[in-house]
Design a binder for this molecule. Sequence first.
Ligand SMILES: [Zn+2]
Length: 182
Amino acid sequence: MDETKSWQAELNDRRLKTRGWYGCIAPDGWKWIVEDCDRLLAKLDPKYEITQVKEKFGTLRYYYETVASRDTQEIMDAVVSEAERLSARTCEGCGNSSAMSNLNRGIKYDSTAVLKSSGGWYRTICDSCDTEGRYVSVDALNAREQYEDLEFYAGKAREQVQEGQDILDVFLKIAKKDLLEE
Ligand SMILES: [Zn+2]
């Protein structure tokens, strides 16, 4: 094994389809996910090839080609989906993960390793690797947005409610109208 070669380059040596594709440029933190995925795919089809393995919108994309049977392909797709799902809970920098299922494999747990966003940029990064603290969990952002929506509709309902009306009915009417018009 060439010590100076990156794990991405080694994967490309093994599996890259043609020089037309750039192969694996996934961040280092996802090494264990990508290598697991590759090992499972190769078990299902030893001749499978990768075209691109990279980060997009903060999570892993694992593009590959195979001439295996349809049934085998379905399993391979499921393996890839699982790897991509896992990447949204694994820091792209250090590889620590908030996915509990992997702790028995020596992966370090970090609840802050989740998909995050900053000004429209997505990354899956833990708090220690986000040295400037710029990224906020996408789930937290969604929750805040939903809460702000609720506050907004509640405010409208308070303004519009008339005597004898149930404020919840008014609230739902406003919220429903607004959502249907979007
Ligand atoms: Zn990290």
